[in-house]
Every structure is written in structure tokens, then in C-alpha cells.
Design a protein around this ligand. Sequence first.
Ligand code: PGA
Length: 252
Amino acid sequence: MRTPFVAGNWKMNKTIEGARGLVRELLPGLMPVAGVEKVLCPPFTSLMTISDLLKGSDIGLGAQDMHWKEAGAYTGEVSPEMVKECCRYVIIGHSERRAYFGETDEHVNLKVKAALAVGLTPIVCVGETLEENESGRTREVVEHQVAQGLAGLTALDVARLVIAYEPVWAIGTGRAATGEVANQVVAAHIRTPLVNLANEEVAGVVRVLYGGSVTGANATEFFSQPEIDGALVGGASLKPVDFIQIVTAAAA
Ligand code: PGA
């Protein structure tokens, strides 16, 4: 079956010293939890430091973004190979990248391919805005993001992905989706399209996460849903007690 997966997206938080402190608080609680793929995604500046701290643990490291080009004149950007030096994972297409930095489905597609090419596991984010949700366009938006973001991938490529369903209206708002609604979207608008994009077997093995105001208190509501395999956690990943609770809930 699908191994549960929980990733903490620290976003633009924590200096190197702050990141070190947070990892020291997280390690004792996370280490004993077995049967969950655990991933921390700190800012670029802390990746090397955290990579050292996680050595010998079963906790993985991920970047929050990357460029798709191998190298060159792209001021401010970080290449797939650079990320691969210390990470196994990379978040791609987060709604904040899409909303604030003009990231399109085409960019997402280029990044997903580039990540797979260097052996990184992409955590691909999709999700509708409040306005799209309220105008009944969730299906159209999510299916389009999945189809465009994963265009041209082989079935084997698709099998290596982790996908996160993150309704934009639930991110950082304290207004999480219900487990049932998130499960329906994942089943109908992510897993079913994966059958066409790849095949039934692959659609059955890809881990699909929920993200958006996940806390220690509501995590079980999501993890008890049949189509949801874990969480992409923002705010609560900066709170050790909460994040450990979420990871522990995923193992149960
Ligand atoms: P949140 O963020 O948990 O703070 O809502 C989730 C995310 O952006 O991945």
C-alpha cells in the first residue's frame, strides 16, 4: 500500500540558527515515528546545515522550489543539480509561487521534468482559489493543473511523484477543507485523471497529500480518508508539538 507522507513547508521562515533550533526540537519527537515518509523543507539558506543535522536519521530534506535549467545566467535561481546536492525532494508549483511569482502550469511542467531528470522526488501542488471554488470550477482548475503540470511524463515518471491537493482558500487561513471534501477532490479530480495520464496501477501508487491549515488537531480527519496519504504542512510545521502530532497521526 501507499506509505504515508508528511512534509513541512517552512516557507520564508527561520534563519540558519533558527532552523537549527527547530530541527533540534523536532528530532526527538520525529525519530521514533516509523512507517511515515517525513520531510522538512526549510529555506535554501538552511539546507546544507539541516542536511548535516539530519544525517543518520530517516527524515528527508526538500527544497521549496528550483529552476528547471541546468545552469546559466538566471540571477537568483537555484538549479536542479544544486538542490540534488543535499535534497531528495522539491516542492513544485506551490500556490504562493503561482500567485506571487507568476509561475504557470508550463513552468511547473518544466520543473517537474527537470526534478525527475536529476532524481529528485517532486511534490507537485495543485488547488483552486476561493473564487474558482465558489464559482464551481474546482474540477476544471484542478484537472487542468494536473494535466498540464504532468504533460509528457511517462507512467513511470508519474509513479515517482507526490501530489499535494492544496485548496488556496485553505492555505494559512485556519479554514481547512473537510476531510470528506478533500477526499472527493483527490479521488475525482486527481486520482481518476492519473488513470488516463498514466494507468490504473500508477494512479493507485502515487501518494496524494492534503494541504491547507492542517494542524495536530485536524490531521486525523484527513488521514482517515481513503484517498489522502498525508499532508503538506505550512504554519504548523514551525510548531514542534503540532508537527510531531501530525506525523504521529499519519503513522496511526
Ligand atoms: P498552511 O500552508 O498549513 O499554513 O495552511 C500549507 C501550505 O502552504 O503548504
